[in-house]
Design a protein around this ligand. Structure first.
Ligand code: GCU
Length: 132
């Protein structure tokens, strides 16, 4: 299996902005989504074949309140993930989960489900090909 990194600053952002004022991010910045329910970051990710992929999402939440999100692939059923406080906006953590991808291009959208919005989002590492 192989891993590919997709930076949040290259994703589609609804209600948010790319920023770089908290160190430790990958690439050139991260997405600071607005503090509203429904704000999202959506990546387009490619899979060589249909099947299970592992997503490692890097985030920071400098508050002490969780920022849960709904993860959807290609507009399908939501998978709810929780993003608790990481201690500081410069402390980045990784949330790993699996999704089902089609062969070719897929959208992976992370949507805030509370009015705190999403945590700051840095990147996702996508590993396709399943266990080996
Ligand atoms: C602060 C922080 C931002 C963060 C925001 C938030 O303003 O500097 O990076 O996105 O809080 O609460 O979401």
């Amino acid at each position: 299996s192989t891993g590919t990194r997709y930076e949040a600053e290259n994703a589609t952002i609804s209600q948010g902005a790319v920023e770089s004022n908290h160190a430790g991010y990958s690439g050139t910045g991260f997405v600071n989504g607005d503090n509203v329910t429904g704000a999202y970051t959506e990546w387009t990710i490619n899979a060589p074949a249909a099947g299970t992929a592992t997503i490692a999402l890097r985030y920071a939440n400098g508050t002490t309140t969780s920022r849960p999100a709904a993860v959807t692939v290609n507009g399908g059923a939501a998978q709810n993930r929780d993003y608790p406080g990481t201690g500081a906006w410069t402390t980045w953590a990784t949330d790993t989960f699996t999704v089902q991808l089609n062969a070719g291009a897929n959208t992976l959208r992370v949507t805030a489900t509370t009015d705190g919005g999403n945590p700051n989002l840095d990147c996702i590492d996508v590993t396709t090909g399943g266990a080996s």
